[in-house]
Design a protein around this ligand. Structure first.
Ligand code: FES
Length: 124
């Protein structure tokens, strides 16, 4: 089953105004995640503008139908973060419940979980 990574493309980390401001931090992270996800069948990506976690930029959501879903934040727009997000999303896709054992968490996502959402009841 497909796991979706929803990336906020309007996130700006502290100090963003001091950079060249050509793109937001969220756009930079989104591009890295999209590149890392290219060719994967179990993981897809999409961008949204604001996940309402602005003070913890950069933010992503990891979601799959009928599974535990998560938001994660405080990512730098780095290759390491993008790789960790993808590795975790692949494990989420392989899981029946969305619960990925801690031993399988990539180092880059540890300490970044913000919320967990249980799946909605079916048929209601
Ligand atoms: S701008 Fe990214 S969560 Fe609000």
């Amino acid at each position: 089953m497909t796991t979706w990574i929803t990336i906020c493309d309007t996130c700006k980390r502290d100090g963003w105004n001091d950079g060249d401001m050509a793109i937001t931090d969220g756009e930079a992270l989104a591009a890295l995640v999209e590149t890392a996800a290219a060719g994967l069948t179990s993981v897809r990506t999409r961008r949204v503008s604001c996940l309402m976690g602005c003070t913890r930029a950069c933010n992503v959501a990891i979601q799959g139908p009928g599974k535990l879903n998560y938001t994660l934040g405080a990512f730098e727009p780095s290759q390491d973060a993008a790789s960790g997000i993808i590795t975790y999303a692949k494990a989420h896709a392989e899981s029946d419940t969305g619960r990925v054992p801690y031993r399988d968490w990539p180092e880059a996502i540890k300490g970044h979980f913000v919320t967990r959402h249980p799946p909605l009841p079916e048929g209601e």
